[in-house]
Ligand binder design. Structure first.
Ligand SMILES: NC(=O)c1ccc[n+]([C@@H]2O[C@H](COP(=O)([O-])OP(=O)(O)OC[C@H]3O[C@@H](n4cnc5c(N)ncnc54)[C@H](OP(=O)(O)O)[C@@H]3O)[C@@H](O)[C@H]2O)c1
Length: 293
């Protein structure tokens, strides 16, 4: 997988990143994470994204990356969830970074995102300043923001972040005419979260999880035709080659799913005619849809 520049951070990443949001629960064993990380490295994946809120994901990755930490760009997200410390304060960021360093068993984290931090908090400046202090202290390489809508727009224009993370998929195309090109103009790297749009084609009936249910509603409203391609390949190629996107973060616990998407990306961008159909469907049905956090 050819490396891509992550904006102007000086870092490079594979177009396919592993989103480690699905390896933090009790259904996953440490050995599963070792296998998943091993498979990712064999496929040429050099980017792994986790978060404080993903259960045991950070700890498990820390363990699985022992001895191979340098093979990946490691990304996490924080700002909350430190016992005894109010969320979205400078101390929550400071202690959050220290905690993540310990759980990930590393001396420096490549990317640290403020995780769905509301715009009003960003504007206060305290958490942004705290994150930048951790960069100056050598604990974090790049300050990043993860979120949507008006908070994302503020983050992109603030000059405070080298990377942003936002939803980009067949059912999340709104940012492609807003925050993503603006980020590109400013040299900010863009990580596409939820790149399969939560793979809504898997469900015959409306799923229960609210975020996946919303994706399923959107997918139905778009009325897309996969044109004979497997849906995961269509969705992955759409997101991975969207102009301005540095890498996608595929959420999976499955080495087979990761490999399937790696093969899809190796096939390159979608043909222009296919792309136009997907964009036209969104312009018709999705014009008022907001970014899915
Ligand atoms: N910052 C934020 O607030 C935020 C929010 C959401 C996501 N994210 C980031 O984005 C990553 C991905 O998000 P996501 O997991 O919500 O959405 P996603 O990647 O669009 O979809 C993941 C779902 O698709 C399934 N899947 C993966 N590969 C597949 C394939 N080839 N064929 C069929 N199904 C497949 C996964 O199940 P299997 O495990 O069975 O493969 C999982 O249920 C997260 O891990 C995280 O890094 C960030």
């Amino acid at each position: 997988m050819p490396p891509r520049p992550l904006g102007t951070t000086g870092l490079t990443v594979s177009a396919l990143g592993l989103g480690a949001g699905r390896i933090g629960g009790p259904e996953t064993a440490d050995a599963d994470v070792d296998r998943l990380v091993g498979a990712a490295l064999e496929l040429g994946v050099t980017l792994i994204d986790t978060a404080r809120s993903y259960g045991a994901s950070e700890e498990r990755l820390g363990r699985a990356l022992q001895g191979r930490r340098r093979s990946v760009i490691l990304s996490t997200k924080l700002g909350y969830g430190v016992p005894g410390v109010p969320d979205w304060t400078g101390p929550a960021v400071d202690a959050g970074v220290d905690g993540a360093l310990a759980r990930l068993r590393t001396e420096v984290i490549d990317l640290v995102h403020l995780h769905s931090c509301p715009r009003v908090v960003l504007e206060r400046g305290e958490v942004v300043d705290a994150l930048q202090r951790t960069v100056r202290a050598g604990k974090v390489r790049v300050a990043a923001y993860s979120g949507e809508n008006e908070a994302l727009d503020w983050a992109v224009r603030s000059g405070a972040f080298g990377v942003v993370q936002c939803s980009v998929s067949l059912v999340d195309q709104g940012v492609l005419s807003g925050a993503v090109p603006e980020a590109g103009r400013r040299g900010i790297g863009v990580l596409a979260k939820r790149p399969l749009g939560n793979a809504p084609w898997r469900f015959a009936t409306r799923p229960e999880a609210p975020d996946v249910a919303e994706a399923w509603d959107r997918f139905g409203a778009l009325g897309l035709d996969s044109g004979g391609l497997p849906w995961d390949a269509l969705a992955a190629r759409f997101a991975a080659f969207a102009p301005g996107v540095s890498a996608i973060l595929l959420g999976t616990a499955s080495p087979a799913h990761l490999a399937s998407v790696a093969r899809a990306i190796a096939a390159g961008p979608l043909p222009t005619s296919v792309l136009s159909t997907l964009q036209a469907a969104y312009a018709r049905a999705g014009a008022g849809w907001s970014g899915r956090i």
